[in-house]
Design a protein around this ligand. Sequence first.
Ligand SMILES: O=P(O)(O)OC[C@H]1O[C@H](OP(=O)(O)OP(=O)(O)O)[C@H](O)[C@@H]1O
Ligand code: HPA
Ligand SMILES: [Mg+2]
Length: 181
Amino acid sequence: MSQSNDILQVLLTEEQLKAKCAEMGAQITKDYQGKNLLLVTVLKGAVVYLADLMRCIDLPCAIDFMVVSSYGSGVKTSGVVKIVKDLDQDLSGKDILIVEDILDSGMTLSYLKGLLQGRNPASIRIATLLDKPSRRKVDLQADYVGYEVPDEFVVGYGLDYDEKYRNLPYVGILKPEVYTK
Ligand SMILES: O=P(O)(O)OC[C@H]1O[C@H](OP(=O)(O)OP(=O)(O)O)[C@H](O)[C@@H]1O
Ligand code: HPA
Ligand SMILES: [Mg+2]
C-alpha cells in the first residue's frame, strides 16, 4: 500500500525542497568563507536534508553525526532528550552548524546547543529545514530556517511517524487517524 494514502495534504513538494536547499546552501557558502565549518547532523530525521544541503555548500566542510531521541514512537516530545550516539571529534576551533530537519518544541536543539557550546567551538549556529514556532516550549530560534510549518504533525523527507514515511520525497501533513487509532 502506498504511504501517500496516509497524507492529508502535501505541504512542500520535491521541487520546493530542492530550491530551498539551493538557497540555504548559497547563503551558508557566503557566511562561512574562511571558516572551519563542521556540519553536525542529528540523526535520523535530518539525514535527507543534510544530503541535499551539503551538496549546495560550495566550501570545504566536514560532517559528523549525533543520535538524539525524544519522540520515540509518538507525536509528542517526551521532554527528555536522550543521547544515543555522540560526536567522534573535538570541537575546539571549529565553526559548528547544527543541521536539523525540524525545530518544534525546541527541547532537542536547546539541549544540544548547550551541550556543544560547552565544548569550546569557535562558533555555533543552527540550520533547520522546518520551523514550527507555534509549539515552542523553550526560547530558541534557528539562524537559518527553510520553511515555517503549521501546528500539524508532518512527515516525509526524513521526518517520521513511528519510523515510517521518512522516504517520502515531499513533506506532508499526516492524517490524524493514523496516530489516533
Ligand atoms: O523541537 P523538538 O520538539 O525537540 O523536535 C524536533 C526533533 O524531533 C525529531 O526527532 P526524533 O526525536 O523524532 O528522532 P528522529 O530524528 O530519529 O525521528 C526531529 O528530527 C528533531 O530532532
Ligand atoms: O511534526 C513532526 N513530524 C515528525 N517529527 C517531528 N518531531 C517534532 N515534530 C515533528
Ligand atoms: Mg522522529
